[in-house]
Design a protein. Structure first.
Length: 319
């Protein structure tokens, strides 16, 4: 491993540890770390640890999903939220909950919704047998808006209690205080990250162009299909735990490309560390900026991500 890479990982790790320390000690009530270790405060420590774990899991999964989609689709604006994958998974999960489907089947429903939305976006973006980059983003944004409206409709007709319970979930929340649920979501997310890292060199080749990748013996279409399924599975798993959180898959990959370069072998682990720290800080801001009132974490990421999206869109038009 090169010296620069080691230095980068150390810096990102220190930033992550600092973010975790702040997240554990700060909140509606500030508690020193030493006091948190006391038996009387252990329940608070456990709850904050689970929030930190959920935020880190969501950050890693969404950032790596964004990296994979941007590479295989060769579009710098591709990410689960903007392509409608998150909204599709969210609509399927909300509909299943409204119909009284067992929580055990929510991940399967969310995965089916994510895949269906991706197929719909692809179909809308296809022009003359080809999927054009700009059409793909436009189709993704339109589908995302339409599915989000359907989510609100389903929640609205599910009763006042369901509306209150789901409102946080729709805009993202790290209030997942069930270690088993976090563990179940962590398995497919970890597997997906490993899969993307395994195909790092193939993604480097595809990023340069599909013809170059084909010359190197890479089956581009099979790899595209496999990674789209992987990102859909990761997104669906995270939706079931922390709801819909947008723009993380857009912000972090672009920021890390400026730091770690375009090579995916370094980009994926760097993005995991950076996204973990970013999400922990966003969650901390969500629960402390207007304490004791807590705002959804998706609001924080959207306020940061929307300007980044506009900047990248404008930049793309100039190229």
């Amino acid at each position: 491993m090169k010296r620069d890479a080691v230095k980068r990982y150390v810096i990102l790790s220190v930033l992550l540890l600092a973010a975790v320390f702040l997240a554990l000690t700060l909140g509606a009530v500030r508690i020193p770390l030493g006091d948190l270790l006391l038996a009387t405060n252990r329940p608070i420590l456990d709850m904050r640890l689970m929030r930190v774990a959920t935020a880190m899991l969501a950050g890693c999964g969404l950032a790596v999903s964004g990296i994979a989609l941007q590479a295989v689709l060769r579009n710098p604006l591709a990410e689960p939220y903007l392509l409608g994958t998150s909204s599709g998974a969210g609509l399927a999960a909300v509909s299943a909950m409204a119909l009284g489907v067992s929580a055990a089947y929510l991940p399967l429903a969310a995965f089916a919704g994510a895949m269906a939305s991706m197929v719909l976006v692809y179909g809308l973006a296809r022009e003359g047998g080809r999927v054009r980059d700009r059409s793909l983003i436009m189709a993704g944004v339109i589908v995302s808006i339409a599915l989000s409206a359907l989510i609100v409709f389903v929640v609205s007709i599910s009763g006042e209690r369901a509306m209150r319970e789901m409102s946080w979930w729709l805009w993202g929340s790290t209030q997942a205080y069930d270690p088993r649920l976090i563990g179940l979501a962590a398995a497919p997310v970890a597997a997906g990250i490993l899969a993307v890292q395994f195909f790092a060199r193939d993604l480097d080749a595809i990023s340069l162009g599909e013809e170059e990748a084909l010359h190197l013996g890479i089956d581009v279409e099979k790899l595209k299909t496999a990674l789209v399924i992987v990102t859909a599975l990761m997104t669906a798993s995270l939706i079931c735990v922390c709801g819909i959180i947008g723009f993380v898959g857009l912000i972090v990959p672009h920021a890390m490309r400026m730091v770690a370069g375009p090579g995916h072998r370094n980009l994926v682990p760097s993005a995991c560390l950076a996204a973990s720290a970013f999400m922990v800080v966003c969650d901390l801001a969500a629960r402390t900026l207007f304490a004791p009132v807590e705002i959804p974490i998706g609001v924080v990421t959207a306020l940061i991500g929307a300007p980044v999206f506009i900047f990248l869109l404008k930049k793309g038009k100039r190229l």
